[in-house]
Design a protein around this ligand. Structure first.
Ligand code: KG4
Ligand code: ZN
Length: 342
């Protein structure tokens, strides 16, 4: 069964054709246009600019993704939220129009769930697919959620952030350190520049707090870390490159330690067969490697999507529509900017 999937929740306009392949999902085409560079000079997403770019990109992106597949497409899937209203409208209305014109069923997909279902994409034929029950750690620019998945449809929210999302915290910390938007990849690059000699020389000079780490619950908090960085930076006469990279390193360590600690607490409580990492922040190498090590040491399987399926894309929307289909009448589908992960 081939599905045309559409994604337009934020600053990426994406379309993909996917099909089922055993228990997983195979990607036939995957096209992503991003307006991220246009937002760089503002240090964050400007919703109006993102929506205008969605309108410009949607037809060429869908046309390229469909290619020669039009006759083989059996249904249309679209992310209806969470996201920015102006951006969401473009994808949702396009999907509704195509479903009507091509007389195909329409499937609604929750964008955050789609990030998790990216773990079912099998670009390599040998890839195993996740088994339920599973715990998902969903980390993006707007969300930080721990979810317990009994099966493909029954999910329970079990923990997450009380304040900033992890991606948002990375972006804000990067901005305080004078690094460009989006901050996550820039902080990762700074971490790679830190040498063992620097770690020795700086010692614990810039030690940051680990909020809620030792509390016996699955709650997280990242806004205090940002405030702590701000205080250090304001107290410096000038922020030289080594100090900046050491602060990025300490910030990244603190965030990743919290994420790993809370995920492992959820593993102890819920005893899942696997842990699934998902969302834009899942592209972070230190998080991928650190969480994999901890999860596998506890005898549980670990999955994270290939890098190209971590950030916003439509292949993950198609994967969600195949593994957990939710058909909707076009007339009933509305964008929902604030729908939760479960
Ligand atoms: O899932 P996503 O592409 O969009 C949303 O749905 O929000 O996530 C974007 C977020 C941004 O905050 C970005 O800084 C973060 O993911 N991100 C990273 C990395 N790559 C992207 N954060 C940490 N390390 C990375 N390597
Ligand atoms: Zn996303």
């Amino acid at each position: 069964m081939k599905i045309l999937a559409i994604e337009s929740t934020c600053d990426e306009t994406a379309a993909a054709v996917v099909e089922n392949c055993g228990a997983g999902v195979k990607v036939v085409s995957n096209v992503v246009a991003s307006s991220v560079l246009m937002h760089q000079k503002y240090g964050g997403i400007v919703p109006e600019v993102a929506a205008r770019e969605q309108i410009k990109s949607i037809v060429p992106v869908i046309t390229e993704a469909v290619g020669e597949e039009k006759e083989t497409i059996q249904s249309i899937a679209v992310s209806y939220g969470p996201g920015l209203m102006g951006s969401l409208l473009v994808g949702v209305e396009s999907a509704k129009t195509l479903a009507w014109a091509w007389k195909k069923p329409l499937l609604q997909v929750n964008h955050m769930a789609a990030h998790v279902f990216a773990n079912w994409i099998m670009d390599e034929a040998s890839k195993e697919v996740p088994q339920f029950p599973a715990v998902g750690l969903v980390v993006s620019g707007g969300h930080t959620d721990l979810v317990f998945m009994k099966d493909a449809k029954n999910w329970e929210w079990i923990g997450g952030t009380r304040d900033d999302a992890v991606g948002e915290a990375f972006d804000k910390a990067a901005r305080l350190l004078g690094l460009p938007y989006p901050g996550g990849p820039e902080i990762s690059k700074a971490v790679e520049r830190v040498t063992p000699e620097m770690i020795k020389r700086f010692g614990s000079k810039y030690k940051l707090p680990r909020p809620l780490l030792n509390e016996d619950n699955l709650e997280m908090s990242f806004s205090g870390l940002k405030a702590a960085i701000s205080k250090i930076v304001t107290g410096l006469e000038n922020l030289d490159e080594e100090t900046r990279d050491m602060l990025a390193w300490e910030f990244s360590n603190a965030v990743i330690e919290i994420l790993i600690n809370k995920t492992m607490k959820s593993v102890a409580i819920y005893q899942p067969k696997c842990v699934l990492l998902a969302g834009g922040v899942a592209a972070n190498k230190q998080l991928r490697e650190g969480l994999k090590l901890n999860v596998e040491n506890s005898g549980v399987k670990f999955f994270c999507p290939e890098l190209k399926y971590c950030g916003d894309n439509a292949a993950m929307v198609g994967a969600a529509a195949i593994i957990s289909p939710k058909e909707v009448r076009p007339v009933d589908l509305r964008p929902d900017p604030s729908v939760t992960t479960v």
